[in-house]
Ligand binder design. Structure first.
Ligand SMILES: Cc1cc2nc3c(=O)[nH]c(=O)nc-3n(C[C@H](O)[C@H](O)[C@H](O)COP(=O)(O)OP(=O)(O)OC[C@H]3O[C@@H](n4cnc5c(N)ncnc54)[C@H](O)[C@@H]3O)c2cc1C
Length: 285
């Protein structure tokens, strides 16, 4: 349970960080909250020769309003999101999601940028930011770019991030009167989702759903949007029967995983149940 040896560097600027990453890109890991990286290093599943601690770079740990969006720095912790009055008022799906992550110790250290970069297929942030159509700011030696989160995750612990690129921020919309919810089924021991469902929806006074976005985690090798469910519910007046019928489409054409938490049949069934429950929870929010 002791990591291999490594050189440690904690730059004070993003440009120094990117230079260091470029110089050591085959053997370097960025350290944010360390809640995923350090366990992997202690188990020697990850043995980087160089650690780049970005914790002293100014400007990455704040949440700010910018027009109709909110900019969340990569080093903002799960706990900061849980407690943020700005987010509770303007984008409550994020604080709702934060409360479901692990325990208070992990939430105090773990960061949203680290979670997104880690691309854990059972992580809670990917489905929430997908339901919000968020964008991720990525800075590297050649360019700065905003990546749509639906294009960011490629598979198990894989994303479009290059080894010399840093996630620096997340842009999410102010969700106004939209209704949102995040529900997950998780074993108590780890807290990681067997299935987690994030919903953002707009409802007309008549009960017609004018827009809906659903992000799902824990079910496949990466989080995904339940596009077919979204299409089938948009423009419809929602009732329990319709929601439950349509929820079964949430795993169509999805390669549902199986592991110690259950078979793929069990997980698919749980997904249908949680999709229906999450939509109903959002409607009542
Ligand atoms: C006991 C336990 C329970 C947990 N339960 C949950 C849970 O229920 N739900 C959940 O979602 N998560 C859970 N986690 C994971 C936790 O949320 C982590 O905080 C998160 O996955 C990683 O964030 P971090 O800041 O700790 O990143 P780190 O561990 O520092 O880094 C993770 C990876 O991302 C890279 N990285 C970090 N920051 C950046 C960046 N800014 N740009 C580019 N690459 C970067 C690192 O090099 C590393 O490869 C749990 C962790 C533990 C230890």
């Amino acid at each position: 349970m002791i990591p291999g040896s490594f050189e440690y560097y904690a730059p004070r600027s993003l440009s120094d960080a990117v230079k260091y990453l470029s110089a050591h890109k085959d053997d370097v890991k960025i350290l944010s909250g360390g809640q995923s990286l350090l366990p992997l290093m202690k188990m020697r599943l990850s043995k980087p020769g160089y650690i780049l601690d970005i914790g002293r770079i100014p400007g990455l740990d704040s949440i700010a309003e910018e027009g109709n969006n909110l900019i969340i720095g990569a080093l903002v912790t799960h706990n900061q999101i849980e407690d943020s009055e700005l987010l509770k008022k303007n984008c409550p799906l994020l604080p709702q999601t934060a409360t479901t992550i692990a325990d208070v110790q992990v939430r105090n250290r773990g960061t949203i940028g680290g979670s997104i970069a880690h691309a854990d297929p059972a992580g809670d942030w990917p489905p929430a930011i997908m339901a919000l159509d968020a964008e991720i700011k990525v800075v590297g030696p050649r360019s700065e770019r905003w990546v749509k989160c639906n294009d960011f995750f490629l598979g198990l612990l894989m994303s479009v991030l290059e080894p010399d690129e840093v996630v620096t921020a997340l842009k999410v919309p102010v969700t106004g009167n939209d209704k949102t919810a995040y529900l997950k089924a998780a074993p108590r021991s780890s807290g990681f989702a067997v299935v987690g469902v994030a919903v953002r929806m707009a409802m007309e006074a008549s009960g017609v759903c004018s827009q809906i976005a659903l992000g799902i985690t824990g079910v496949a090798d990466k989080a995904y949007r339940a596009n077919r469910v979204e299409q089938m519910l948009t423009g419809k007046k929602l009732d329990s029967k319709l929601i439950e019928d349509v929820a079964t489409e949430s795993t169509r054409n999805v390669d549902v995983i199986e592991d110690i938490n259950g078979s793929s049949e069990y997980r698919a069934h749980l997904t249908h149940v949680y999709v229906a429950r999450a939509i109903q929870a959002a409607m009542q929010s």
